[in-house]
Design a protein around this ligand. Structure first.
Ligand code: NI
Length: 254
């Protein structure tokens, strides 16, 4: 079984003590590639150091929407673009997007998102999109970038919202949330995504899937997401793992 975890944060301090063991477990679970998402360009040197040790880890660079209040300034766009061109292990811009859960800072989030989409378009890179309580606004921004490719990460939208982003050509990535019993809307959304647009991720250290819910998450646990998708889509686990792995290689040009 070959799996790709398309969204990890293994630079977070949760892994400072035992990342080598965490890696052994993702290797045993068949995770052959990982995409390391970036919440702040200031973290990039640590992410590069990890990729140096673990060559299966590919990199993204970007600024998370919830970091925009503290860190966004227009010159950061130049910095992200320069970093993205400086390292051949970079496979995406992100994570960027909109997070209106607490409904603050919306204009600044939109500006930072637009800048990062423009960079992704200029450099021909896919974009990793965080979208929380903001599907309509995210759609409105994205549709002005018709050539953009990317993924709706840790997707939690309803089927109608899922259709909006599929119509823009986006990939849809499901996380451990899909294994939660009460995630009915996400279960329904997972059934309408065409198999050539489907991706899986952990978003670790957050959102560990059932039966590890509440504990620290890690890339090896992405297998539970694959199993749940196979159950929901009434297909074979090997079909899910092969398809999602192929899709990740295609989108991120791995
Ligand atoms: Ni993330």
């Amino acid at each position: 079984m070959r799996l790709v975890d398309t969204h990890v944060h293994v630079n977070f301090p949760e892994y400072d003590r035992d990342l080598a063991e965490v890696r052994q477990r993702w290797q045993s679970a068949g995770v052959c590639r990982l995409v390391h998402s970036c919440v702040n360009p200031a973290d990039f040197p640590k992410m590069q150091a990890i990729a140096q040790h673990f060559p299966e880890v590919s990199l993204a660079v970007g600024l998370h929407p919830l970091s925009t209040a503290e860190f966004w300034q227009d010159q950061l766009a130049e910095q992200i673009k320069t970093l993205a061109q400086s390292d051949s292990r970079i496979v995406a811009i992100g994570e960027t997007g909109l997070d209106f859960y607490k409904a603050e800072n919306q204009p600044e989030q939109i500006t930072a998102f637009q800048h990062q989409l423009a960079i992704a378009q200029d450099l021909g890179l896919p974009v990793i999109i965080h979208c929380r309580e903001s599907a309509h606004a995210t759609y409105e921004v994205l549709k002005d970038f018709p050539n953009i490719r990317g993924v709706m990460h840790c997707w939690a939208g309803n089927p109608q919202e899922t259709e909006w982003f599929l119509s823009l050509g986006m990939y849809i990535s499901f996380s451990g949330i899909i294994t939660f019993k009460n995630a009915k809307q996400i279960h329904e959304s997972s059934k309408i995504v065409p198999s050539d647009r489907l991706l899986i991720e952990t978003d670790c250290p957050f959102l560990a899937p059932h039966p590890q819910r509440g504990k620290r998450n890690e890339p090896a646990l992405v297998k539970y997401v694959a199993h749940k998708l196979a159950e929901l889509r009434q297909t074979d686990i090997l079909e899910i793992t092969e398809q999602t792995t192929n899709n990740a290689f295609t989108l991120f040009n791995l």
